[in-house]
Design a protein around this ligand. Sequence first.
Ligand SMILES: Nc1ncnc2c1ncn2[C@@H]1O[C@H](COP(=O)(O)OP(=O)(O)O)[C@@H](O)[C@H]1O
Ligand SMILES: [Mg+2]
Length: 283
Amino acid sequence: MTIAFATSTAFRTFDEDLPLIQAAADQRGIDAAILSWDDPDVDWSAFDAVVVRSCWDYIERRGAFLDWARSVPRLHNSREVIEWNTDKVYLRQLEAAGIPIIETRWDIAAGDDIGSPGEWVVKPTVSAGSKDTARWRAAEDVYAHSAQLTAAGRTSMTQPYISSVDDEGETAMLFIGGVFSHAIRKGQLLEPGEGVVQDRAGRETIDPRTPSSAQRDIAQAALAAVDTVLGHPADLLYARVDLVTDADGSPIVIELELTEPSLFLPHSDGGALRLVDAVLARS
Ligand SMILES: Nc1ncnc2c1ncn2[C@@H]1O[C@H](COP(=O)(O)OP(=O)(O)O)[C@@H](O)[C@H]1O
Ligand SMILES: [Mg+2]
């Protein structure tokens, strides 16, 4: 049994999950290869399973990444899931399926109604690590940022800034093999007045968190909605449901990470072994 874990040359050393995954594979007596997704010398069909991990550079070349995903047999999560999940327009379908998401306006143009939340967030639909994302206090900055994204051929999202993020942070709930594994709190990332900052990586503060039953219910409902949207069970090897808290105290989805989420395994008890076991169960 050999499993490939796909990373990227640029981000491999930033991935804190991989050393734990490697150790868990060793413990189970499985060969684990950690390889860059765009390495042309790799024969991905030689593996019993290929697991997408820190392929975080796909943002700049999503087309090439999806071509790669289509070419790899025995890929987790499936290429269909990855294709759907790498563009946050999927949030519209979750919303239509009854999942509460942050109120979002798509591709706004100057003068469009953007409400008056006091602060807004503008971001592109294909992104990770809060790239090209900013928090604004002035409507003209919101319009300008959205225009800049759409002029570059991207889809923009405009949302109210969810103020509970400043103290409560966001809650990431990790599911492995379809079963809840652990959760973490991620501290606030966007500072007012800083505009578009490209590297907020050093800013992440992560702590373990016990989710509320309301959070667990929404996370489960969001995952069930994926099956509904796809029309069949997605059989997710891993999933991360990121939640924030709305002004009325209820959990809402900020994003559903089914492609290359940090699994925050250093903050879990046994998560890496559960991941390897879940791969084995699917191979
Ligand atoms: N509407 C929002 N309100 C408050 N904070 C937000 C909002 N949208 C994004 N953020 C902040 O920006 C970060 C990145 O946004 P997110 O939607 O998670 O995209 P990604 O993680 O794919 O870059 C979040 O972790 C959060 O700190
Ligand atoms: Mg995020």
